[in-house]
Design a protein around this ligand. Structure first.
Ligand code: AMP
Length: 283
């Protein structure tokens, strides 16, 4: 039976017991409203580790003032069922006051890889992400932690953070899980009305088109970006935040597409901001 706890002390107590039994521990950090994308991370953690902790926390620190913190969807009952069915052992669902006690004023921040892509339009976002993920690592002390390639910049930033700060946690990246029609699964897809849901397909369609062009030999990043932008602009409900080509490890802009190149986009469909990407493998 899965346990749901709300305090840091309860997590520490449980993990201490597991450690005394010699168990390995995996952590899957989430903001809840779980879907098959999250579930793929949990599955992978259950395969790799004796115990799996899923954190469900809509982290106020990573939302800008005009963003969707208050409207972000929440359903702990459904999340608990999904976690239990997938074999997770513990859900950590703290209140913001538990994570950010009175007087809180310490942060984990990063330059470099946070400057491009989402970091441009969400300037405080990665400071919030790095801070909360550091806290979760210190609370749960996992052997491994699981992040989706859906949020490719976040995955890259977290890898960089554990390298730079010598955090003894192995970061495992997991592939993007999509709806049958191609749209990347996201808790934010629930914001879309019927018309917007159809329009949102422009993201995955453009990603698949770009993937094909790269497979066929396109190397010029700016050429690819302009074809992608043109394609997105053909959808009247879509408004581009960015389409960029960067190195996946450093998140620096690249002119030439090669191995480990990240092609990423953020697009508004109506008021909903959606992201999608692919990473070029091989040479
Ligand atoms: P979130 O709850 O949106 O913060 O996501 C929690 C974790 O699940 C992050 O590491 C995401 O990258 C990952 N994730 C979300 N959607 C997907 C998806 N469609 N495929 C794979 N991973 C995902």
């Amino acid at each position: 039976m899965i346990k749901v706890v709300h305090t840091i002390d309860e997590v520490r107590k449980q993990v201490k017991e597991w450690r005394q039994e010699g168990a390995s521990v995996g952590l899957v950090p989430t903001m809840g409203y779980l879907h098959e994308g999250h579930q793929s991370l949990i599955k992978r953690s259950v395969e790799d580790n004796d115990k799996t902790v899923v954190s469900v926390f809509v982290n106020p620190m990573q939302f800008g003032p005009a963003e969707d913190l208050d409207s972000y969807p929440r359903d702990l009952n459904a999340d608990t069922k999904l976690c239990e069915a997938t074999g997770a052992d513990l859900i950590f669902n703290p209140e913001p006051e538990e994570m950010y006690k009175e007087g809180f004023c310490s942060f984990v921040d990063m330059n470099g890889p946070t400057a491009e892509l989402c970091g441009k339009s969400r300037p405080i976002h990665f400071r919030g992400v790095c801070t909360v993920v550091s806290k979760l690592f210190n609370i749960v002390t996992p052997d491994r932690a699981y992040f989706g390639q859906k949020d490719a910049q976040q995955l890259s930033v977290i890898k960089r953070m554990v390298t730079d700060l010598n955090v003894p946690v192995e970061i495992v990246g997991c592939p993007i899980v999509r709806e049958n029609d191609g749209l990347a699964k996201s808790s934010r897809n629930t914001y879309l009305n019927e018309e917007e849901r159809k329009a949102a397909l422009i993201l995955s369609k453009t990603i698949f088109m770009a993937q094909k062009l790269v497979e066929e030999g396109m190397k010029d990043a700016n050429e690819l970006i302009s074809v992608m932008k043109k394609n997105i602009e053909s959808e009247p409900l879509a408004k581009i935040d960015y389409v960029q080509v960067v190195d996946f490890d450093s998140i620096t802009v690249k002119d030439t597409i090669g191995a480990n190149t990240l092609i990423a986009m953020a697009v508004y469909i109506g008021k909903t901001r959606l992201i999608d990407n692919f990473i070029v493998s091989g040479n």
